[in-house]
Design a protein around this ligand. Sequence first.
Ligand code: GLN
Length: 455
Amino acid sequence: ELEVIDAAEPTIKAFLKVAGEAALEQADAFDNLSDAEKAELPELAGVPIAIKDMIVTKGIETTAASRILEGWVPPYDATVIEKLKAAHMPLLGKTNLDEFAQGSSTEHSAYQHTANPWDVERVPGGSGGGSAAAVSAFEAPLALGTDTGGSIRQPGALTGTVGVKPTYGGVSRFGAIAMASSLDQIGPVSRTVLDSALLQEIIGGHDKRDSTSIPQGPRPMAKAAREGMNRDLKGMRIGLVKELGGEGFQPGVEARFNEAVKKLEAMGAEVVEVSCPRFKYALGAYYIIMPSEVSSNLARYDGMRYGLRVMPPKDVAQTAANMMAYTREAGFGDEVKRRIILGTYALSAGYYDAWYGSAQKVRTLIIEDFENAFKQADVLISPTSPSTAFKFGEKMDDPLAMYMNDIATIPANLAGVPAMSIPAGLSDDGLPVGIQFIAPQQRDEVMYKPAAALE
Ligand code: GLN
């Protein structure tokens, strides 16, 4: 992998930091284990993995692709990193993302643009474009991402990789840099469905350091994926979500989606159409709730504690407030500032009920829509993203066009249900298309079976 990284990085730029020597030491440590010791470890033991730079790694600079954290070396590991180390999985390095995971193209990184390995003039999606590109370009067999509104699944779709957002609370968020805490979830990126299942079993489970962690062990996901590989889906009801398709979705995406549905039927699944009428408000609610939480979570970058500190110029009063203002002005990029301002406004006294309060009510309606849908189907299906990979710069001046990328992925975050994207062939433009499966809360294994069957 390190050789592939050397060869690919000048064009792909998936990594912000490659931890080559440390990874080799970890690989040696694994090789030196006895066969008896190796037999105790999970199947993925010894397999190297890349980590989105939104997850803290002890001794390895962690920046969230922001200038405000430049040079920050965490003194501790995220829970998921501890678990990877316990499983003897070498850490290859930290991957690029949109600053603080805010974006859908990785172009909002303060450091570099990551190219889509399928066409280097196009974006790899975002915010986890680095992790997806690293796996797609064979620089890493596995990666971790974070998904607040689609940042694992949409890059998965655009790069032809598998990306999973587990049930909210199924994987510890301890050590995941907070974007919007009620939506954030760490999850796997891989080339096969089974790899993601095995990885999710390693990183999942209860953690008392995360107060939203669900007190139960990981679900039997690898077993479900293996069952799916028999390509027999008799007795499974798959719900086609009417609202997640049609207008705004590229014809090439729809065509691959319809073929996937036919294949699922051919394997014995019963496909029914379900309606989630309140999903049309999901994007609007997300862009109130998410910036509100962002404005609160990012208040901690005050120049006092982490990374960057910019002192005011000599002719300006040397107060702490001015230091904070200069630090945040210099340290945050435009998109992050846009969201902090939006969120601060939505939460301000006088507007709180109208914006934040209404958005929370919509969130409840979306949960209800899912509950109804899961009465008619075991698992839901939709295209992951309305389009294939777009060109650099194409959507940078139009935040709304950028936000539309997540129209199909956001409902799962609002409801906390698990969802994953798997590759479903190429569109007419020769670029990968992703199909999304969504399962009921805490039943992550349910989506692994049809996903592995379709793969
Ligand atoms: N693209 C979405 C956004 O910009 C999702 C981000 C994410 O999942 N981290 O908010």
